[in-house]
Design a protein around this ligand. Structure first.
Ligand code: PBG
Length: 324
């Protein structure tokens, strides 16, 4: 049933100007969120070997990096802490003068308008590397909720603008909402890692954050990569518990999930272009096998086209420069 030669698709592809007019999806710096690792026991910024260009930042150097990021027009950062001391209950996650709490205060002084989002999860802070507390070899759901809510509260008390629970315990969004509201922080949004899959793509992050589980894996709390309907149930629950933004993570092997969640609900949707997705592009580009800028723009455009409003990506500073 072709109308050729009356219909010719190539007519609007003939110049960059024409292509620009009919373009359906655009990347903009406003939708990018940049993850940052803040480390307690470092003198100098240290590059993460599997993530070229991504550093663990000591507090003393964080201010300059924040100025650079804000100067590029990036409007939000997602913070991860790397404490010196880890214990069974991850107490450095919610101590008042711990690394993230100090980092938040510093960032708010250097760049008051930068939106500071904090990852709420115990795995970087526990000696066993799991996202909740352990009894009899298993991660305890309900006991972990109290600690996660304390952690979120301490971030907000330090000045965080948004908290982002990534632990995948049941009921955590509700527990955090309840605690924040009870302490006078009803205006602070929660960005829920709603559909977070048990993924091999987190490998480089675990090196960066020192958060590899000391035994077992995260499959008893993160989602099975084979499931899509279950992601919608997770989204439903997080909405019911008060989430303001929902997230799908990782992004690239889960573009169908991003699209389904976009069609399913009306909340703002974030997608996390995770560490392994970054490392693969960097490695191939360093070998001269791909054109890095072209591939990065194509990948991020694909994530937007799939339906994400917010893209969390380690490429944010480079992309911000390219978009200028
Ligand atoms: C903490 C957390 C992880 C990531 C974000 N928050 C790791 C994990 O769940 O193992 C992964 C981010 C990335 O790979 O870039 N739970």
């Amino acid at each position: 049933m072709s109308n050729f030669p009356i219909v010719r698709m190539r007519r609007t592809r003939q110049s960059e100007q024409l292509r620009g007019l009919v373009r359906e999806t655009r990347l903009s710096v406003e939708s990018l969120m940049y993850p940052l690792f803040v480390a307690e026991d470092r003198e100098q910024p240290q590059e993460i070997s599997s993530m070229p260009g991504v550093m663990q930042w000591p507090l003393e150097h964080l201010g300059r990096e924040i100025e650079r990021i804000a100067g590029l027009g990036i409007s939000s950062v997602l913070l991860f802490g790397i404490p010196t001391d880890k214990d069974e209950t991850g107490s450095q996650a919610y101590a008042e003068q711990a690394i993230i709490q100090r980092a938040i205060k510093l960032i708010k002084e250097v760049a008051p308008h930068l939106v500071v989002v904090t990852d709420v999860c115990l795995c970087e802070y526990t000696s066993h590397g799991h996202c909740g507390v352990i009894h009899n070899g298993t991660v305890q759901n309900d006991e972990s909720l109290e600690l996660l809510a304390r952690m979120a509260l301490s971030h907000v008390e330090a000045g965080a603008d948004i908290v982002a629970p990534s632990d995948m315990m049941d009921g955590r969004v509700g527990a955090i909402r309840h605690t924040l509201d009870g302490q006078g922080f009803s205006a602070i949004p929660i960005m829920a890692y709603s559909a977070k899959y048990a993924s091999g793509f987190y490998g480089p992050f675990r090196e960066a954050a020192g958060s590899t589980p000391q035994f077992g894996d995260r499959r008893s709390y993160q989602m099975d990569p084979a499931n899509a309907r279950e992601a919608l149930r997770e989204v439903d629950l997080d909405i019911a518990e008060g989430a303001d933004i929902v997230m799908v993570k990782p992004a690239l092997a889960y573009l169908d999930i991003i699209r389904q969640v976009r069609d399913y609900c009306n909340l703002p949707l974030a997608a996390y272009n995770v560490s392994g997705e970054y490392s693969m592009i960097k490695a191939a580009a360093r070998n001269g096998w791909i054109d890095e800028q072209r591939i990065v723009m194509e990948v991020l455009t694909g994530i937007r086209r799939a339906g994400a409003d917010i893209i969390i990506t380690y490429f944010a500073p480079e992309v911000a420069q390219w978009l200028k």
